[in-house]
Each structure stands twice: as structure tokens, then as C-alpha cells.
Design a protein around this ligand. Structure first.
Ligand code: TYM
Length: 346
């Protein structure tokens, strides 16, 4: 293991002039098209410009009760999805958050630099506690601090996320600035990266709501592993409006969302999409959106199925990348501990 760590260390030293990108997703099943278009797709597009770390955020997922066997399987599946989407585990660090104890350790230290009032203002905390009123645990409340620890441990410059994570990025920056103002420049202050299209994909059944893996209506979300017919059917059933006008505007949120999905899948601008469908009915738009989504998701699904056959390959990715993440994270953690006055025993 030591040998590998030294090798990884050399790689990190080599890349020290390169900016760092960090992102991740909760390790739950049923990822949606929103997760893909709002985050994963941008990760792939940005990967060559940065030194990248992508976490499978299994500690965050513990705020909701998990079935242990299913949970372990979901974490592996998410790792496969990252790879299937085009993230090369040789060039980027894909790892399980729980395999690097520094995340939980830094989160505790940062908890002590975060105010209750700040956490009480988090809209995701308010939404989630309203939805899970039987399990409003302390982890749900301090969730943004763990996320701040994830990001700050790697001296991150940029964090590609969907719009719903912006508030968590703001609190991360606030915590980092507060810490730096006391102890000097310990943390890099990260910037969010929001894609031009797809940053907020809405429910197909209620375009006022975000497309979400926990939506009770299965027709509201396209799941990444939905088969092509299911994808086409869900697009066909998407809620639009009675205006019968092809336009990209807030007053027609259902159609706007379909255009957002289409544009993100085929790399067009909304103006180009509106021009393409001028004079068409909504049925034709829905059909084209269905085909565009299938053409993006089918190759991804095929690659996941291939990866599922190779257990030892994923095991190896999990192990070797954990070592690299461990090394980088601990470099920052050691600095933080020294700054706050914790005793280091070597
Ligand atoms: P999570 O797992 O809810 O979502 C993962 C990513 O998908 C984006 N996303 C969407 N984008 C557009 N439209 C949607 N409907 C949609 N739904 C989800 C999210 O914005 C996110 O980028 N707290 C994070 C996970 C996390 C993290 C981190 C992210 C933990 N630590 C550090 C970045 C950096 C979360 O719950 O994402």
C-alpha cells in the first residue's frame, strides 16, 4: 500500500499547477436524468481541464435509513455510472467518501465554525425535514458541513453542480472564509460551476418541481436505467399546456423543460430548438425529446451492464482511488489540525 501511496503522491505533486475540480452524488439508487444533465455530463466535459475528484457520497446518504445490502450495491452502481458516463478512473480520482475518514474528521472541526442560524436557513434542510418528519436527525441538519468538508479537503477551485446545490456551495465558501480569516490561507475558496443548459431539470408531471429520485409519481422522473420504451412513454405523457405555441418561455414551463432536456441532450441552444420545431405540434416535440434522451442514456446503460460483469475491476478502482483521495485529503486535514492546536502523534 505504501508503494502505491508514493506513486500517487508523485502524480499529485506533478499536477500541482492544475486547478482542482470536486463533485459527487449521494449513493442512492434511481438516479435521474436531472442528475445526469445537471451534473455528471458537465463533469465529463470539464475533466480534461482539471485535476478531478469525484466522490460517491455514501456518508451523506445515511441521513435516510438504508437497507445495508442494497446501499452497498448502490454505491458500487454509482461508481459504475461515473465510469460509464466517461470518467476515466486512471486519470480522475473516483472514490467512496466513507473510505476516507478525513471527511468525517474535518466535518466535526468545521461544525465548530458553523452557526446554527446558518444551517437553519438551508432550504434543503427545511424541505427534507418536512418530507421526513419522522426522522429529522442531526445528520440532516449538519449535512452541508460534511459537504463543505468534502470540498475543502481537496483545495478545490471549482464544483460543478445543479442549481439546487448552490446554497450549499455558498455556506461552504462562508465557512472557508471564516476559517481562513482566523488561521490564514488554509482553504482554497471554491467556485460553483453551473452548466448553461440542464442545471435545473423539472418534473415531467409538475414543471414547478425539480425532477427528483424521491418523487412518488414514477412518471415525473426519467431514471438513468429506464429502458427506451419507458423513456419514450414518460416523455409522451409529460405535462405541457393548452397554448399550442412553440416557444421557450417561463409562461410555458412544461414545454420549456422539454426544450431544456432536448438542448442538453443534443447540444443545441433553446433558440435553435424553437426554430427546429416551428410549426410542429407538442406531440412531435415530445417524441423528439424521447429519442434524444434514449440516444444519450442507451450507450450509458450498455456500458454499465458491461461493467457489472467485471467485479474485480470495480473493486480495484475503489481501492486504488481511495488511496489517492486519502493522501490528498490528509494533507489538508493535517494542516487544519495543526492550525487549531490539535496534537499530532506520528
Ligand atoms: P444529489 O445526489 O442530490 O445530486 C447530485 C447532482 O445532481 C444535481 N441534480 C440536478 N441537476 C439538475 N436538475 C435536477 N433535477 C437535479 N437533481 C439533482 C445536483 O445539483 C448535484 O449536482 N449534496 C449533494 C452531494 C454532495 C456533493 C458534495 C456535491 C455531497 N458532497 C460535494 C458536490 C460537492 C447532493 O445531495 O447531490
Amino acid at each position: 500500500m505504501c508503494g502505491t501511496i508514493i506513486l500517487r503522491e508523485e502524480k499529485s505533486e506533478m499536477n500541482k499547477d492544475q486547478k482542482v475540480l470536486y463533485s459527487g452524488m449521494q449513493a442512492t439508487g434511481n438516479l435521474t436524468l436531472g442528475n445526469y444533465l445537471g451534473a455528471l455530463k458537465n463533469w465529463v466535459n470539464l475533466a480534461s481541464e482539471y485535476e478531478c475528484f469525484y466522490g460517491v457520497m455514501d456518508l451523506h446518504s445515511l441521513t435516510v435509513r438504508q437497507n445495508p445490502a442494497e446501499f452497498r450495491a448502490h454505491a458500487r452502481e454509482l461508481m459504475m455510472l461515473y465510469i460509464a458516463a466517461g470518467i476515466d478512473p486512471e486519470k480522475n480520482c473516483l472514490y467512496l467518501q466513507s473510505s476516507v475518514p478525513a471527511h468525517a474528521e474535518l466535518a466535526w472541526i468545521l461544525d465548530c465554525f458553523t452557526y446554527m442560524g446558518e444551517l437553519q436557513r438551508m432550504t434543503q434542510f427545511k424541505d427534507k425535514s418536512a418530507r421526513h418528519s419522522d426522522n429529522i436527525n442531526a445528520g440532516l441538519f449538519t449535512y452541508p458541513v460534511l459537504m463543505a468538508a468534502d470540498i475543502l479537503l481537496y483545495q478545490t477551485d471549482v464544483v460543478p453542480v445543479g442549481v439546487d446545490q448552490l446554497q450549499h456551495l455558498e455556506i461552504t465558501r462562508d465557512i472557508a472564509q471564516r476559517f481562513n480569516s482566523i488561521y490564514g490561507d488554509v482553504f482554497t475558496i471554491p467556485e460553483p460551476y453551473i452548466g448553461k443548459v440542464g442545471a435545473k431539470i423539472m418534473s415531467l408531471q409538475d414543471p414547478a418541481k425539480k425532477m427528483s429520485k424521491s418523487d412518488e409519481n414514477p412518471n415525473a422522473s426519467i431514471f438513468l436505467m429506464d429502458d427506451p420504451d419507458t423513456i419514450r412513454r414518460k416523455c409522451k405523457r409529460a405535462i405541457t399546456d393548452s397554448e399550442a405555441t412553440i416557444a421557450y418561455r417561463d409562461e410555458q414551463p412544461g414545454l420549456k423543460n422539454l426544450f431544456d432536456i432536448y438542448c442538453a441532450c443534443v447540444s443545441k441552444t433553446p433558440d435553435e430548438a424553437v426554430a427546429e420545431f416551428a410549426g410542429c405540434g407538442y406531440g412531435q416535440v415530445k417524441e423528439a425529446v424521447g429519442e434524444a434522451v434514449v440516444s444519450v442514456l442507451k450507450p450509458l446503460q450498455d456500458r454499465v451492464k458491461e461493467l457489472q460483469k467485471d467485479k474485480s475491476y470495480i473493486d480495484n478502482v475503489i481501492k486504488t482511488n481511495a488511496e489517492r483521495a486519502y493522501y490528498c485529503a490528509n494533507k489538508t486535514l493535517r494542516k487544519v489540525k495543526k492550525k487549531v492546536g490539535l496534537t499530532e502523534i506520528r
